[in-house]
Design a protein around this ligand. Sequence first.
Ligand code: PDD
Length: 276
Amino acid sequence: RYVLFHESIMTEQDVQLPLYDRGYFFGDGIYEVVRVYQGKIFALTPHLNRLKRSMQEMDMPMPYEAETLAKRMQEIVDANDLTNGYIYVQITRGAEERSHVYSQELTPVVTGFAQEAEVPVVLQQEGITAWVADDIRWLRCDIKTINLLGNIFKKKEAQDAGAQEAIMHRDGTVTEGASSNVFIVQNGTLFTHPANHFILNGITRQYVINEAEKAGIPVREEAFSLEELAASDEIFMTNTSFEVTPVTTLRGDLTANVPAGEITRTLQRAFDAAVE
Ligand code: PDD
């Protein structure tokens, strides 16, 4: 497998990761997951823009131009003959003697790889079970940091309960999924949490909002409660891996069954059309 290390494409065996990387010590770094359809990278520019934003919020310098990173990402796809799957790119702050305080002169460590992955069409058709649980994360969920313990804990709870994803809430206000955003439909209007510090502003989320507006579906970026979640007409979740996936069963802090509805199907079709 060919991977990205700093600015070069090389084989896995040639990568020499620094033992004192702050990514290992502190989870001090950021990442992106970008979809590849038929060998082509999907929504690259918004992903690169979010990566740059995460870097700024972390006070990390870009190791090199975003255009160079874009080129390297396509090279990973080509070198591995990737048709359908995703690219993972991670940038950590760099290596130095362990200390909470970081130095400004560090060289960020860039790594990346490609992974074959099919779109989960059965889940998209049939819907998933979501585990509803409290959001125990910090207050900068807008940064796509590799420090994901809060998300990992909730995914594990979901898995143990036989659910495919978690829906998290802060004191009864729904925020997002463990690795996705959440939308509900109420009387024909789409609701999703506003893109502030409590959620990651998903690229798929932004895409779906845009497609909904094009289709004349009213969208309100407003937080909703657990009660509203349980009483909604439709629920779906979005991310780079499963695109637009309906939630048909809720368990955990809430129990409900919500069949997949027409607006969800419309947005799924709009997404399919865009990536064909
Ligand atoms: N996660 N919210 C969280 C907490 C996420 O981790 C993700 C994506 C999203 C959706 O973002 P996007 O639409 O840009 O994929 C929302 C990726 C897929 C992951 O960690 O694997």
